[in-house]
Design a protein around this ligand. Sequence first.
Ligand code: GLP
Length: 262
Amino acid sequence: MLVIVDETQERSSVRAANIVAKQIEKNRRSVLGLATGKSPVGLYDEIIRMHREDELDLSGVTTFNLDEYVGISREHPQTFYAQIHKNFLDHVNIKPENSHIPDGSVADFERNCDEYETSIRDAGGIDLQILGIGRTGHIGFNEPTSSLASRTRLKTLSDETIADNVSIDGDIPTIAITMGIGTILEAKHLMLLAYGNAKAEAVVKAVEGPLTSSVSASALQMHRNVTVLLDEEAAANLSNRDYSQRVVEQTAKYSPERLGLK
Ligand code: GLP
């Protein structure tokens, strides 16, 4: 696990965007896993800038979103469908038929979830999966006690997650559709972004804590290619900071492309 701490979220977001851009330049038909929420917004802004100013071409890219609320229509501005369009997809040249977002408004969920898994497989699997982390240490909507082998399915949201994420007038969604931990672990490269002191406890549990379904992000410890991008505040509780810094310095010598340096 490569843990890279930047002074600010802005710097870290540019670094994350450079890693994504390198992936696309290496393979213009890359398959990206997209997260919503606040953490990746700066990364998406920078990719949009690169698309507009540096001619980064995303026309061959396919995307799969991690998760979506159940029970609200796609037109609602709080859906992850609306968020990812507003923050990213509407501003780059990814073909609409190549962007996949779980549909939380259909009736037959079992089939819907199975078909999502099949589409990921048919696309050749995810090359680079972008992840945020919830306060309970979850990735996607894989709340505590989610099976570490889980696949795309419905998941009941915890009170903390509802309080942190859902600000919807009317009926508040309490269920979501999410890629499972098993689905996420099959991506070739995982990139987790966490910023601010509200994330410090979840980050230390994920990176240094025991592997446990109580903190679904700890499953990242089982993956061979993980990059964790943090600002100082989110990294505040890590006890291995010096070692991580030395790893970053060595990586700069031997495989600088992994650091998202220009
Ligand atoms: C939700 C989403 C996650 C997201 C997390 C953090 O729980 N399901 O995919 O990573 O919130 O969101 P934020 O980046 O806004 O803190």
